[in-house]
Write a protein that binds this ligand. Structure first.
Ligand code: COA
Length: 179
């Protein structure tokens, strides 16, 4: 496979459509990313329009991974946290197209998200992922620490509860100094 290109995404109808197709596909394949199956393209599109509007306000960064001109993966870095947590960021909506999984796309996206968090002065990353069919192995390989499990946290896309795993990772060797 040619090298994957990572870009910061901004709003365009084409980008919104590509992100929506990834979200609908992910949910249809059992991915736990806040939505239930079946997810309509219209609902997915509304979600991404809101998300990219938030990115335009510098509240988050939406990254895309491209194979040629095709969007094959995405991850979001959430930056708009409460005033007492300016050193922290959260990882969300980590998804790779089914056709491109197990080729390192998510790994490259997460490393780019970490670099962007560091560039914005963030020293702590936090995320959660489903206990059933989530991405715990991926995050642990990238050095995230498992805090624990919250049982019955969310519904899976086809129904039935799943727990969630809470992970964190320091992005610097030293804890943040109080401001
Ligand atoms: C979780 C998810 C994003 C992973 O995407 P991905 O691009 O396949 O991830 P990677 O390829 O970087 O890593 C996945 C696995 O492939 C393996 N892998 C990576 N590169 C590889 C390669 N070149 N050849 C073979 N295997 C490889 C990794 O070791 C990893 O294994 P592990 O998860 O058992 O540790 C994807 O499965 C997905 O979209 N799932 C549904 C949504 C979801 O659950 N998202 C997480 C919400 S928090």
């Amino acid at each position: 496979m040619p090298p994957i290109r990572i870009e910061t995404l901004t709003f365009s109808p084409a980008i919104c459509t590509a992100l929506s197709e990834i979200l609908v596909e992910t949910v249809a394949h059992g991915g736990s990313v806040s939505f239930m199956h079946p997810l309509s393209l219209a609902v997915a599109d509304a979600f991404w329009r809101d998300s990219l509007a938030s990115a335009a306000r510098n509240e988050r960064i939406v990254l895309g991974a491209f194979d040629g001109d095709t969007l094959i993966g995405t991850v979001t870095l959430l930056l708009n946290l409460p005033p007492n947590q300016p050193h922290r960021a959260e990882i969300a909506k980590m998804m790779t197209r089914v056709s491109h999984r197990h080729r390192g796309v998510a790994t490259v996206l997460l490393r780019a998200a970490e670099r962007m968090a560091i560039a914005r002065g963030r020293s702590l990353l936090v995320l959660d992922t489903a206990e059933d069919e989530g991405a715990g192995g991926l995050y642990e390989r990238l050095g995230f620490n498992l805090t624990g499990v919250i049982p019955d946290y969310a519904l899976k896309p086809d129904g039935g509860f799943t727990g969630t795993l809470i992970y964190w990772k320091r992005l610097s060797d030293t804890p943040p100094s109080p401001i």
